[in-house]
Write a protein that binds this ligand. Structure first.
Ligand code: IPE
Ligand code: IPE
Ligand code: MG
Length: 249
């Protein structure tokens, strides 16, 4: 039986976050340039959007380019920016009734790319079936630092008192303020780390790591990740008995 057939359709995670890793190694294993891996990775993203819609996922956040990725060779950075520019397809968002959001330090993104992204954000803002959040020039430490700055400014202006700062204040000052926390975070490519992605938001997220390189990640791989998610017990600090009691109520 496939993982897809074994899924509980009533318990699909609402928000799935993905660290799409392994493009370079996928290419290297085939004797190709890293750029070929990135190009193939784009195809996997296109497919992911369709699969997310068909499974009923509402939010998918994809780690596309990290703050640290600016330190890669300039040719690779340029290739990635060009690929992004070439593949922002409003048509595929429309087909999936998907709305685009971008989070990150977007002031660093080339203006031509940002213009195209902004147009797509604007033209898809009425769609609500799937929300696609592209994390671009993003890192959690950058985001949290920005949030601290924003909150401090409010305190300095007298709009907020220091002892009024709550978890909600911090959550609301992050770039993800409009999103529920992810229930499931997937990292492809074999590394067991978060690489500065959604550190605050993933406090109680189920983490799933697989060896598959991103270009090979398909519907069945996604279903496998969700299958494992569905077989975990999310306790949120409680005991197993407490969780069982509350689900029996
Ligand atoms: C992920 O693949 C894509 C980006 C980080 C932009 P990598 O490019 O990190 O591929 P590996 O990890 O070198 O195989
Ligand atoms: C994480 O992958 C960033 C993205 C997938 C965009 P990296 O390949 O940059 O992460 P590290 O360097 O292995 O931690
Ligand atoms: Mg990598």
């Amino acid at each position: 039986m496939t993982y897809q057939e074994q899924l509980d359709k009533e318990r699909i995670p609402r928000h799935v976050a993905i660290i799409m890793d392994g493009n370079g190694r996928w290419a290297k294993a085939r004797g190709l340039e890293r750029s070929a891996g990135h190009a193939k990775g784009v195809e996997a993203v296109r497919k992911l959007l369709e699969d997310s819609v068909s499974l009923g996922i509402r939010y998918v956040t994809i780690y596309t380019f990290s703050t640290e990725n600016w330190n890669r060779p300039i040719e690779e950075v340029n290739t990635l920016m060009q690929l992004l520019f070439d593949n922002i397809e409003e048509e595929s968002f429309r087909r999936n009734q998907a709305r685009l959001h971008v989070i990150g330090d977007t002031g660093r993104i080339p203006p031509s790319v940002m213009d195209k992204l902004n147009r797509c954000i604007e033209n898809t803002r009425h769609f609500d079936r799937l929300h696609v959040i592209v994390a671009l020039s993003y890192s959690s430490r950058w985001e949290i630092t920005e949030a601290v700055r924003k909150i401090s400014l409010k305190v300095a202006n007298g709009e907020l008192k220091a002892d009024e700062i709550s978890e909600e204040t911090v959550t609301g000052a992050l770039t993800t303020y409009f999103l529920p926390d992810p229930e499931l975070l997937i990292r492809t490519g074999g590394e067991i780390r978060l690489s500065n992605f959604l550190l605050w938001q993933s406090a109680y997220t189920e983490l799933y790591f697989c060896d598959t390189y991103w270009p090979d990640f398909d519907l069945e791989e996604l279903c496998k990740a969700i299958y494992f998610y569905q077989h975990r017990e999310r306790r949120f600090g409680l005991t197993g008995d407490q969780v069982e009691e509350s689900t029996n109520e």
